[in-house]
Ligand binder design. Structure first.
Ligand SMILES: [Mg+2]
Length: 235
């Protein structure tokens, strides 16, 4: 019986083309911090520290701490001095990236339906960003954390693995106190959202065109299609 709904964010609840968003984000952050670190130094170190955080497999610290340990020493900055400026970036500049995104049609209806059914709802977005960046994107998607009492939103402050490790979904199951068979994961990325969850025994819905070919055939794929198609199917 379905007890918990796990929802990816980018490409699932929020239409957000990463090949557009990520360069715009890096450019905005580099420009904002240019008075402290030249962008040509900041961006490679940010990407390197993000890769170090992405390697976090659940046996180490939080993703935030894994990032910080790789990032600040490499730049030669004390964390306590540079971090406030990064926070200011997320407060002042990050909101401007909203125009690059669009809420997925049906996102709000689906989330509202799930809460109406008494399901636990978790936002299972790759936790490589701080809470503020994830909560802002949830708002852009029309499903803000102020509107819906999510059981869990995975952020870099709280999680100990990225989506490429089974530990990420195991940590979610632990926090929700759910068995895999009680959960449905909805996401657009086959390798991050569908494959690892179905391997653990969750069922999954793949956000993809109805005719898009599946890279493999997992046991517990509920189906594939848009968020609207999923909503039609489960309500
Ligand atoms: Mg996605």
């Amino acid at each position: 019986m379905l007890k918990a709904l796990l929802l990816d964010l980018d490409g699932t609840l929020l239409e957000n083309a990463m090949e557009v968003f990520v360069p715009a984000y890096l450019n905005a952050l580099g420009t904002f911090l240019a008075g402290y670190v030249p962008p040509e130094r900041l961006v490679p170190e940010l990407l390197r520290a993000t890769a170090a955080m992405d390697a976090n497999d659940g046996t180490g610290p939080t993703n935030e701490e894994a990032f910080a340990a790789a990032f600040y020493p490499a730049l030669g900055w004390e964390r306590a001095l540079l971090e406030p400026h990064i926070r200011r970036f997320y407060a002042e500049e990050f909101p401007k990236l909203r125009s690059l995104t669009r809420p997925a049609p049906e996102a709000r209806a689906l989330v509202g339906w799930a809460f109406g059914r008494g399901l636990q709802v978790a936002i299972a977005t790759n936790p490589l960003f701080p809470c503020t960046a994830i909560e802002q994107r949830l708002q852009w998607a029309g499903v803000g954390a102020d509107d819906f009492p999510y059981a869990l939103v995975t952020t870099y402050e709280t999680m100990h693995a990225s989506k490429q490790h089974p530990a990420y979904y195991i940590e979610i199951l632990g926090r929700l106190e759910r068995e895999p068979g009680e959960c449905l994961m909805v996401g657009d990325d086959w390798g991050w959202d569908v494959l690892p969850t179905t391997r653990l025994g969750l069922s999954a819905w793949w956000i993809a065109g109805p005719g898009e070919e599946r890279p493999s055939e997992p046991a517990s794929l509920l189906g594939q299609g848009s968020l609207a198609a999923l909503w039609d199917r489960i309500r």
